[in-house]
Ligand binder design. Structure first.
Ligand code: ADP
Ligand code: MG
Length: 477
């Protein structure tokens, strides 16, 4: 097995056209099968009499007399899963491949093979050899005639190097696989998190819409009511006017035939007396105007609702944030209008901003609702009102949105936690602690923006949201 037992048999291939060389190698390698064999001699030669080296294993030597044969044997050995660790290769082996060509072939098959070039000639200079073979870390040169101990030591050292290299490669492969599977797990978790995140966004949005629904129904109902009242008044008035016109037409017809008959005149007088003409003349235009206003208010709310729950609002696109904010403020009207005035200062030159509008709307909604709650904590049911000030501003590659309230402010010990999921200081039903966690994730994670908060207890709070105008430049920067 590759890279297995340290004491296993290592396979060595000797490629040389000289029969005598093979016999030499057989003696050197074969006689070393234990500590009592050639190794002991080598040990003695290297380290004196003290036997300090442990046997590293035995060698199994194969012979080839031509480069081409050696190459074939190496291929078969690999195919059988018993590759050679080391090859001793002669330089000149007429009539076939020379040693360098042979090594090129061997390495094209197995780059891990350790090679010792055995040469008596200076056929190639070291430089030229390196240039041709390009893998000098697995190559050594042994000058003939060589010393047995040197050859044996080379065989040990190089086969051990081969084993360790394979072992390292195996470890690296294992590590690579472990890393890859860990990465796969991580990206799986990331996908799950993303799904959970978008589900959370969705459910918070639905919750908000549910919460707002009653308020919105009320918002629409009020103008509908006075449009209906005004229409009823105008219907009445129109009935009276119809009678008046009929009486007038009769009078006109009679007057054309001769002098106006007294009863036709009396008829007109009695119709006029029966209706409060002066009141009608002054009230009708107002009623029409009020009905018009009411219809406009309704259509603004409907338009805002449509903007707020913008279909396709889940995609990144260039968006008019002023319009989005205005719509969100309108939709949230029932949340703030009894406790606050909203002052909006929109930058008329605000560029379109690349963002996911549905998510952005939700952030503004959460902030406005928080501001209204904070003001309510101050004004209670006194009927007094605080102020929520919303501004937009372009600033280079960024837009800045501030939401300021004159509410209770955030105590310093609370401030560190407000963006934590599920952190709330509100009673159940009023707060879930999700609003700012979602705002943070939408602004910072999804849109590469920033949220800052400044607050003073007893004075109020300012949230500042900064968004990059283009998402690409934010990613690059
Ligand atoms: N404008 C604000 N003024 C004062 N406190 C705020 C304001 N906005 C957020 N907070 C504090 O941060 C907490 C977390 O807010 P949020 O995540 O929206 O959750 P929730 O509103 O459901 O409590 C609130 O409970 C509140 O204590
Ligand atoms: Mg909130």
């Amino acid at each position: 097995m590759i890279g297995g037992d340290r004491y296993e048999t290592r396979r060595v291939l000797v490629i040389d056209d000289n029969e005598a060389i093979h016999q030499d190698f057989a003696k050197i390698l074969g006689g070393s099968s234990g500590p009592d064999g050639g190794l002991a001699e080598v040990e003695a030669a290297l380290f004196g009499d003290e036997p300090t080296m442990k046997p590293l294993g035995t060698f199994e030597m194969d012979s080839a007399f031509q480069g081409r044969d050696g190459f074939r044997m190496a291929r078969v050995a690999r195919e059988e899963g018993r590759p050679y660790a080391l090859a001793f290769v002669d330089v000149r082996m007429p009539p076939g491949w020379d040693g360098i060509t042979t090594i090129e072939h061997l390495w094209s098959e197995d780059p891990t093979l350790q090679v010792v070039i055995c040469t008596a000639y200076s056929d190639y200079g070291w430089d030229e050899t390196l240039q041709r073979l390009g893998s000098p870390q697995n190559l050594l040169i042994l000058k003939k005639p060589f010393d047995s101990a040197e050859a044996l030591q080379l065989a040990y050292a190089l086969s051990e190097k081969w084993r360790l290299e394979l072992l390292i490669q195996k470890k690296i492969d294992e590590l690579d696989r472990a890393v890859a599977s860990q990465a796969e797990k991580l990206s799986e978790q990331r996908r799950e998190l993303q799904t959970a995140h978008s589900q959370l966004l969705q459910s918070q949005k639905l919750e908000a819409i549910g919460q707002l629904a009653a308020g919105i129904a009320h918002e629409i109902n009020t103008p509908v009511q006075f449009v209906a009242d005004n229409l009823l008044f105008l219907q009445d008035a129109f009935g009276g006017l119809t009678n008046l016109i009929t009486a007038h037409q009769r009078l006109l017809g009679a007057s054309r035939a001769g002098p106006a008959p007294a009863e036709a005149l009396a008829d007109v007088d009695s119709v006029v007396a029966g209706m409060d003409l002066e009141f009608l003349m002054s009230e009708a235009p107002q009623a029409i105007e009020q009905a018009g206003d009411g219809v406009q208010r309704i259509s603004k709310i409907v338009r805002s609702l449509k903007n707020f729950s913008h279909p396709g609002g889940e995609a990144l696109r260039l968006s008019d944030l002023n319009e989005a904010i205005e719509s969100t403020i309108t939709v949230a009207g029932s949340e703030w209008k009894y406790v606050a005035e909203v002052v909006a200062r929109y930058d008329p030159n605000l560029p379109l901003v690349s963002c996911v509008l549905g998510e952005f709307n939700q952030v503004i909604l959460n902030m406005v609702v928080n501001a209204a709650h904070a003001i309510k904590d101050v004004v209670g049911d006194s009927g007094e009102k605080g102020t929520i000030t919303v501004t937009t501003r372009a600033d280079g590659q960024w837009v800045e949105i501030t939401i300021q309230d004159t509410g209770a402010g955030i105590p310093p010990d609370v401030r560190a936690k407000i963006f934590d999921p599920f952190f709330t200081t509100k009673e159940v039903g009023r707060g879930t602690g999700q609003g700012l966690a979602i705002a943070h994730s939408v602004v910072v994670s999804s849109h590469h923006g920033k949220i800052d908060v400044e607050s003073e207890v007893g004075h109020g709070t300012v949230f500042t949201i900064r968004l990059p105008i283009e998402q690409d430049s934010a990613l690059a920067g």
